[in-house]
Design a protein around this ligand. Structure first.
Ligand SMILES: [Mn+2]
Length: 334
């Protein structure tokens, strides 16, 4: 047996055994991404196949178009399409805190039996919390646990876990990508994951509306802090002009980050009167989760999100000042 996450493998098996014969909702987060969907698919399938648990994945928001094919025959529902009172317990994946469930799901499941996640900011809100911040993806943590425990991993589960890892590592480009990441992916390919098919579904089927949104986002770029920060904007008029989907902002912020000389990329998004944003850095030393905290958010040291609760016009000067002082503070610490 392998030993990827020995401290989590036993507790997972114990927590999952206690769910036998029960109806379990496997929860993810709002605006789900590849790691969220992949982890939900994998946990739902393992609970059903290994532990004879009547599990179904539930999200407040729909599965993004690019991830739809990875669900396979896994029971997977939007919260509005299923009786949320019909479940005995809930398990969550890839959710740092309860607010990530979305309000409808949050209210329907006051107690969480098991929380599996890789966010450093995880608030450990469940009865059992398996949190591994050193893991590139929740999919990596789950795959390691499944391999450690010797569970049979079917091709749909292997592909879902692979998609979680491939998306959260930016296709194995981010600093979170480790020897262990590749080792685990080797095992997933051995169990039927298909890297080329995953890449095709995720990145080779872009809609024209998404590219139109990207075009406007790139045109909005502004450089501050001696060109070390790039801020891009998506305004309401961009949505109105492009017919892009909500999910089409996924990955946009990486264009702002991936510019020579830029340390922090920022996306500010305005839609239906709401403003939200994301920070991305190339290096964990920039601790963008601390920046996000100042604007009612959180996340990883390299990737964080925020909900400032103010207009774009009010946010911008505050955001620029916070970035200035954050970079100055980091320079002082050395
Ligand atoms: Mn994740």
């Amino acid at each position: 047996m392998s030993e990827f996450f020995p401290e989590h493998a036993g507790p997972f098996a114990q927590a999952a055994s206690a769910l036998e014969g029960k109806r379990i909702a496997v929860l993810g987060h709002v605006r789900p991404d590849g790691d969220c969907i992949g982890s939900q698919v994998a946990v739902t399938r393992i609970l059903r196949q290994v532990f004879h648990v009547d599990a179904a994945a539930i999200n407040q928001h729909p599965v993004p178009r690019a991830c739809a094919s990875f669900v396979g025959d896994t029971p997977f529902f939007e919260a509005g399409d299923v009786d949320l009172n019909g479940f005995d317990y809930a398990v969550s994946v890839d959710c740092a805190d309860r607010s990530r469930f979305g309000s409808v799901v949050d209210q329907a499941f006051p107690e969480i039996a098991l929380n599996v996640d890789h966010h450093i900011s995880n608030t450990r809100y469940a009865a059992h919390n398996l949190v591994e911040a050193g893991s590139s993806a929740t999919g990596e943590l789950l795959a390691g646990i499944f391999l450690d425990n010797g569970y049979a991993i079917d091709p749909v589960t292997a592909q879902a876990l692979y998609v979680g890892i491939a998306t959260d590592t930016g296709q194995f480009r981010f600093a979170s990508t480790t020897f262990k990441t590749f080792e685990i992916c080797c095992h997933l390919l051995e169990n039927g994951a298909d890297a080329a098919q995953a890449a095709y579904e995720l990145y080779e089927k872009e809609s024209r509306a998404k590219l139109a949104l990207l075009q406007r986002f790139l045109a909005s770029f502004r450089y501050i802090c001696d060109n070390r920060v790039c801020i891009g904007l998506i305004r309401q008029e961009d949505w109105d002009a492009t017919a892009a989907l909500k999910e089409d902002t996924e990955g946009l912020v990486d264009y702002a980050r991936a510019i020579e000389g830029v340390d922090i990329g920022v996306l500010v998004e305005e839609k239906d009167g709401m403003v939200k944003g994301s920070f991305r850095s190339n290096d964990a030393s920039f601790r963008v989760n601390e920046l996000a905290k100042k604007f009612n958010g959180g996340g990883h040291a390299c990737a964080a999100g925020f909900n400032p609760g103010m207009s774009v016009a009010d946010l911008m000067p505050k955001l620029e000042a916070a970035l200035e002082s954050h970079l100055t503070k980091l320079a002082e610490i050395g």
